[in-house]
Design a protein around this ligand. Structure first.
Ligand code: CU
Length: 166
């Protein structure tokens, strides 16, 4: 297993609980924001180019924070990707770039990325992407993201989710 400054890599490990955005990271971004604001103030008071450099650097780190702050959500929480998860996204606010972690037994389930029609009719149309490792990390795109399990009858039993990412 590999580790990074973000802690142990989670791609191979089962994560029973939904993880949210890291707190230290938010604090880090807040500090960058303060730096940026201060630099901007100095700038408007007509200080030198060192301030401008600081300002640009802070801005870059801020942009980095925007990208790096993606959250990982475990679909179905502790229950995982299973029947009746259809209501799981309700009340959650997803952003483009956030990751959905699907945990399930690949002998009994899969994950299929579908369109709106595939979602509402529980049909896997041509071109649909089928995931079947039992441990998927899928990045949300902006707009609507639809996933179903296409084992016979599963989608009809609420094994499907529609997630809107802003
Ligand atoms: Cu299934």
């Amino acid at each position: 297993m590999t580790s990074s400054i973000y802690g142990p890599s989670s791609s191979a490990s089962y994560r029973p609980f939904p993880s949210t955005r890291h707190n230290w990271h938010s604090q880090f971004c807040f500090i960058c924001y303060i730096f940026f604001s201060l630099s901007f103030l100095r700038m408007s008071q007509g200080r030198g180019s060192a301030v401008a450099t600081l300002m640009v650097m802070s801005l870059l780190v801020l942009l980095y924070c925007e990208v790096a702050e993606a959250a990982t959500y475990t679909v179905g929480d502790a229950g995982g990707w299973t029947f009746n998860v259809v209501g799981w996204p309700k009340g959650k606010r997803f952003r483009a770039g956030d990751i959905l972690q699907f945990n399930y037994n690949p002998s009994f389930h899969n994950v299929v990325g579908v369109g709106k029609v595939g979602y509402s009719t529980c049909k896997t149309l041509r071109g649909a992407k089928v995931y079947q490792t039992g441990n998927e990390r899928i990045r949300l795109v902006k707009g609507q993201n639809f996933f179903i399990c296409n084992f016979p009858g599963h989608c009809e039993s609420g094994m499907k989710i529609a997630v809107t990412a802003v």
